[in-house]
Ligand binder design. Structure first.
Ligand code: R5P
Length: 291
């Protein structure tokens, strides 16, 4: 049985459809003072395997709290086999201590989730693979790159685009997509030309007269992507098409990216957003089938 929290109801419906599984009906709302109310409206037999789908992006605390309410309710109902699917797992960006006595919020979150009778966790392109080590239960960190590559392959580029990571940390995403699409990939690198002058350019490939696809895991403020678009346009790219897994897109990020000259801006539906048009329902469903 699939349960969709309020942050991921459309995605949960799609996953249930893919699996031909029952989608549980729930009631979720807020009290006048802002506190959250949650109720499961169907009977769930104790031996039923239940997948709770809830991304925990903005508003993170509310969505996380609702996830705990769902898990606690399932425990009270005696459900023994619970899998949490949090395609965008909030608080993953603080997975270690950068300064003394900081809260490692990814660890605090992992403790809370695990305390709630959860058997396994599925997420998509976790910010750091090391987040899996914060859990004692199995964590499946799925890749959205095949779904994104599939979308790109249907865009009808005249010539194969260069797949480009905006920094070295994202080059494996570019590599994965490039291998699926049988094209080349690269990443942007900062080169210090003199003590005062830093130039950012592609590491190995010229983008002159070529269509470029930029891929990153997260776009938040859009600063990284705006910088990349400006560099690639200056270097002669014929079009710059931006893709990401998690469209966090705070404030005016969409506007900034479009104003910088992006020809496309698309993302997966790990988070609900106007640019979230690439569904990861099949990616999730395929994993659920294997559990
Ligand atoms: C960094 O590690 C991530 O992969 C993204 O590049 C980063 O989160 C993007 O942030 P922003 O959109 O604020 O530049």
């Amino acid at each position: 049985m699939i349960i969709g929290g309020s942050a991921s109801q459309a995605l949960a419906s799609e996953v249930a459809k893919e699996l031909n599984d029952k989608l549980c009906t729930v009631e979720t709302r807020k009290f006048p003072d802002g506190e959250r109310y949650f109720r499961i409206k169907d009977n769930i037999p104790c031996d039923e395997k239940v997948c709770v789908i809830q991304s925990t992006g903005y508003p993170q605390d509310e969505n996380m709290m609702e996830l705990f309410f769902i898990l606690d309710t399932l425990s009270d109902m005696g459900v023994e086999e619970i899998t949490v699917i949090s395609p965008y797992l909030g608080y993953s960006r603080q997975e270690r201590r950068f300064k003394d006595y900081e809260c490692i919020s990814a660890k605090a979150t992992s403790r809370l989730i695990q305390s709630m009778n959860v058997k396994s966790l599925i997420s998509v392109n976790l910010h750091e693979e090391s987040i899996c080590d914060l859990y004692d239960i199995p964590v499946y960190n799925l890749s959205a790159m095949p779904a994104i590559a599939d979308y790109i392959s249907k865009m009808g580029f005249d010539d194969k685009p260069v797949i480009l990571a905006p920094d070295k940390g994202a080059q494996n995403f570019a590599k994965e997509i490039a291998e699926i699409l049988d094209t080349d990939y690269d990443y942007l690198e900062k080169v210090r030309l003199s003590p005062e002058v830093v130039e950012t350019k592609t590491k190995n490939i010229s983008v002159d007269d070529r269509a470029v696809v930029i891929i990153d895991d997260i776009i938040s403020t859009g600063g990284t992507i705006v910088n990349a678009i400006e560099i690639l346009k200056n270097q002669g790219a014929t079009s710059v098409n931006v893709f990401c897994v998690h469209p966090v897109l705070v404030n005016d990020a969409v506007l900034k990216i479009n104003a910088a000259g992006a020809d496309t801006l698309k993302a997966t539906n790990t988070l609900n957003n106007e640019v979230a048009v690439i569904s990861i329902a099949k990616t999730l469903a395929d994993k659920i089938r294997q559990l």
